[in-house]
Design a binder for this molecule. Structure first.
Ligand code: BEZ
Ligand code: FE
Length: 322
């Protein structure tokens, strides 16, 4: 990827040369369609063997058709293709168990959000289910179980640099977990996580204690959950790698609106992965990863008479049956 910009410059020169030869946008100088081998794509599709993996055999022809059509439509040059290969290799090299750059690439392309929408609509059993949203790369599966009504904010003292903001953003979250027939679900697990006021998840920030701003809560007999957290702040997705360089080349910003992540699960129900977005956030209509859905935009209200929270939010999650 370090070579992406020089390669793109070379690719641009190659493109300009093709254009001066009259081969651009699939139209030649005489206004006729240019003559790329019309049998080529079918040849590649037909190479799949009879014992291919069935799902792959089903979807691979479409993938090849779209890829080849794209290359023909934009007159993709060897220089441009090679820059893209370097870019993907850079994404892979940067990825490990703490950072998934290739997933981040999918996020800025809107692909994780699109696949999430397709999957949740395919599996939906009712239109009243709470919409899903992408998991994102900062989930940790082993957050502590905490009693209902307690806080996911750890070790908050005046020595923390963002202490004042944490006090100003303190929020009480509560609601119910319901089935699509409206019945409360007892013993559902509400797994919740968000960033510190500095916009960093605890695993990105060595100054935060393990599992800060993370917790799992079990609903009571009436399906209720309750916890103290913070009103979330916007933050930039990691943009110091290839995905960030792509954002720069596209003249795009890296910001996500303030949000709280949830995974809500219960026996006999489909697990819901989702996020709630603060309606007053400046990026709520302009998310770098295209994950915001109207039904997930919420308004925090001022909370009276509770020294533990300046804001409150009530939200019921509705799970589909499986
Ligand atoms: C997140 O919400 O945590 C996230 C989602 C996509 C990319 C980066 C972060
Ligand atoms: Fe997030």
């Amino acid at each position: 990827m370090g070579q992406m910009i020089p390669d793109l410059a070379a690719a641009n020169r190659q493109s300009a040369k093709l254009k001066s030869n009259g081969i651009s946008n699939g139209i030649n100088g005489a206004g006729k369609k240019c003559q790329y081998d019309p049998t080529f794509t079918q040849k590649v599709i037909a190479a799949t063997g009879p014992n291919a993996n069935p799902r792959l055999a089903q979807i691979f022809p479409s993938l090849v058709r779209h890829l080849h059509d794209f290359a023909r439509e934009v007159n993709l040059t060897v220089g441009e293709w090679s820059a893209a290969v370097d870019f993907l290799n850079d994404c892979g090299r940067m990825s490990d168990d703490r950072r998934n750059e290739t997933q981040l690439l999918c996020d800025i392309l809107g692909l994780e959000s699109l696949v999430d929408e397709i999957t949740s609509k395919q599996l939906a059993t009712s239109t009243t289910q709470t919409p899903s949203a992408i998991l994102g790369p900062f989930y940790r599966s082993d957050a502590p179980f905490l009693p209902n009504g307690t806080s996911i904010v750890q070790d908050l003292s005046a020595s923390v640099p963002w202490y004042e903001q944490a006090l100003a953003d303190s929020a009480f979250l509560s609601g119910r977990v319901l089935s699509t027939d409206g019945k409360p679900i007892e013993n559902a697990v509400v797994d919740v996580w968000h960033t510190a006021p500095n916009g960093l998840y605890e695993q990105q920030d060595s100054d935060q204690p393990e599992m800060n701003f993370r917790g799992r809560f079990r609903t009571d007999q009436q399906g209720r959950y309750a916890l103290y957290a913070l009103r979330p702040v916007p933050y930039p997705i990691p943009d110091d790698g290839p995905a960030g360089r792509l954002l720069g080349l596209l003249d795009r910003h890296p910001n996500r609106p303030g949000h709280i992540h949830f995974i809500v699960s219960a026996d006999g129900h489909r697990t819901l992965t989702t996020q709630l977005y603060d309606s007053r956030d400046r990026w709520v209509d302009n998310d770098a990863v295209f994950a915001v859905k109207d039904e997930l935009v919420v308004t925090f209200e001022p909370r009276e008479g509770d020294p533990g929270a300046r804001w409150e939010l009530g939200y019921d999650f509705v799970l589909g049956r499986c």
